[in-house]
Design a protein around this ligand. Structure first.
Ligand code: KG4
Ligand code: ZN
Length: 485
């Protein structure tokens, strides 16, 4: 079959166009409207899609100064679902840009989910500026009005392989997830009670291409839509990071895309931007299996580390304590569940450190838990796991909450963000909500899926880095101890 041809609509096409029109709309336009549009309207631009000599679709739009409205876009029934509509739409958007439009809108039937999906792929936002519509067929259909800010759509593909999740995602404009695929290896590491670096690397190698293909498919985008490849450069397990970095470099080279290195923690912080716009200055509490940090941000892409752990990370402490209590890996969620059922009966230590310090330490707490378990076992006492979990969690949450609150006050922040796997902890969420509500400081905690490692967060942080001009060459290397600042 020949390639379809898109050409300007002529008066001689009206008969064929009427066929498409009546087959598409419940209240079709009459002939004379097309006649008027073609012969009298300076602003109108009409095109037909011709396949082997037959008109199988058409589209029309008005462009007035920098505003474009697509008035109609229709394909003959037998030819739908073959991307002809998409091709036509793409063409019209291209024309609109050339004619000077920076804003485009159109109406889509509420029931037409296929078209809505296609348009949202192009960045169409439902409901935008309906007052801007210059041309509207009232009563023609039950329609949604969508708008595109054509200048803004930036699609960043993110890759994350720093630990035990192989993840690829695509994010639009740094705020909307278009695709998000995560292949977790937790099952493979479970029997070892923690992540085994060699196993992690091998899984990443096996998974990365599959996950990448899944993400591209999920997004329904083409490679030419992607502006840049963002990848976690570090910190993390060096062998694991290397797989993601190599994949990103190969893609950047093959598809001729800019390569943008991203810090894993910047990713965790930017997971919040997928939920709500950030306001500065803000304070981020990053609590994961590898990190416990308080980060002050005065603007996009600028990170000031004001506190960090001097030994174990919060998640690491959770995992180790869980292991002592014979709970499976990762232990955080198990302790969290048990804690909800137990009593805070043991007064475990809290490492406040120097009075003005925002640093953390969890090794003393960990030792105290070990001692408690040993002593109980030696005495032959019954081990109340739930009580130990509740008391341990209380100690961790107390310190995290108090230090975060003091830092937020000191720096007069407009938002407090929580990021990383431990942000899923219910005890921590509740304590932080209780602390910040009376202070009137908005608390942002992403949904659990975005708290644990994923690539959408890398693409979100990568978007800012991309917009700020950060680029890496093909000599980019994984850096297991990359600094955030
Ligand atoms: O951010 P993440 O997925 O990976 C790292 O970058 O480390 O965090 C994983 C950590 C694990 O230590 C896990 O036990 C902990 O987050 N975690 C939790 C909870 N869910 C996950 N810790 C406490 N309570 C939870 N509900
Ligand atoms: Zn992480």
């Amino acid at each position: 079959m020949n390639e379809p041809l898109i050409r300007p609509m002529a008066l001689a096409d009206i008969e064929a166009v009427m066929k498409v029109e009546t087959a598409t709309y419940t209240s079709p336009w009459e002939r004379h409207i097309f006649f008027q549009e073609l012969s009298q309207n300076f602003h109108a631009h009409y095109y037909v899609l011709e396949l082997e000599g037959e008109v199988i679709g058409y589209a029309g739009m008005w462009v007035v100064v920098d505003d474009a409205q697509i008035t109609n876009i229709a394909i003959l029934p037998g030819y739908r679902g073959k991307k002809y509509g998409e091709q036509l739409f793409r063409f019209m958007v291209g024309k609109a840009v050339i004619l000077g439009a920076v804003h485009l809108s159109l109406e889509v039937r509420v029931s037409n989910h296929i078209a809505q999906r296609m348009y949202s792929k192009f960045g169409l936002v439902e409901g935008g500026h309906s007052q801007k519509l210059l041309f509207r067929q009232s009563g023609r259909c039950d329609c949604n009005v969508g708008d595109i800010e054509m200048k803004n759509a930036t699609y960043i593909l993110g890759i994350e392989t720093s630990c035990d999740e192989t993840a690829v995602a695509i994010v639009r404009n740094g705020t909307e997830i278009v695709a998000n695929v995560v292949a977790s290896q937790i099952e493979s590491h479970k029997r070892f009670g923690g992540v085994v670096p060699e196993i992690a690397s091998r899984h990443h190698v096996e998974q990365i291409t599959v996950v990448l293909e899944d993400a591209m498919k999920q997004s329904e985008l083409n490679w030419e839509d992607i502006n840049a490849i963002a990848v976690t450069q570090g910190p993390g397990l060096v062998g694991a990071l290397l797989i993601g970095v190599s994949a990103a470099k190969a893609l950047a080279f093959a598809k001729q895309k800019p390569l943008v290195p991203v810090h894993h923690i910047a990713g965790h912080i930017y997971a919040n931007r997928l939920v709500q716009e950030l306001e500065f200055p803000l304070l981020a509490l990053v609590v994961s299996g590898g990190h416990t940090e308080l980060v002050l941000m005065k603007q996009h892409g600028q990170f000031e580390l004001i506190g960090e752990t001097r030994d174990d990370a919060a998640g690491e402490a959770y995992d180790k304590v869980a292991r002592m209590l014979d709970m499976p890996y990762p232990g955080g969620p198990h302790i969290d569940r048990q804690a909800a059922e137990g009593k805070i009966s043991i007064d475990f230590p809290r490492a406040w450190l120097e009075p003005d310090s925002f640093d953390f330490s969890f090794s003393g707490l960990k030792s105290a838990v070990i001692n408690t378990i040993h002593n109980a076992r030696q005495r032959g006492d019954r081990l109340e796991k739930a009580d130990i979990a509740a008391s341990f969690q209380e100690s961790v949450v107390d310190v995290l909450t108090a230090k975060t609150r003091r830092a937020a006050e000191l720096h007069q922040v407009k938002q407090v963000l929580v990021a990383g796997g431990v942000a899923a902890n219910r005890g921590l969420r509740t304590a932080l909500e209780k602390a910040f509500k009376p202070m009137g400081i908005p608390l942002l905690i992403p949904p659990v899926k975005l708290c644990t490692d994923n690539a959408a967060m890398i693409a979100a942080a990568g978007t800012i880095a991309y917009e700020q001009g950060r680029r890496a060459g093909l000599e980019l290397n994984a850096d297991p101890s990359l600094s955030l600042q």
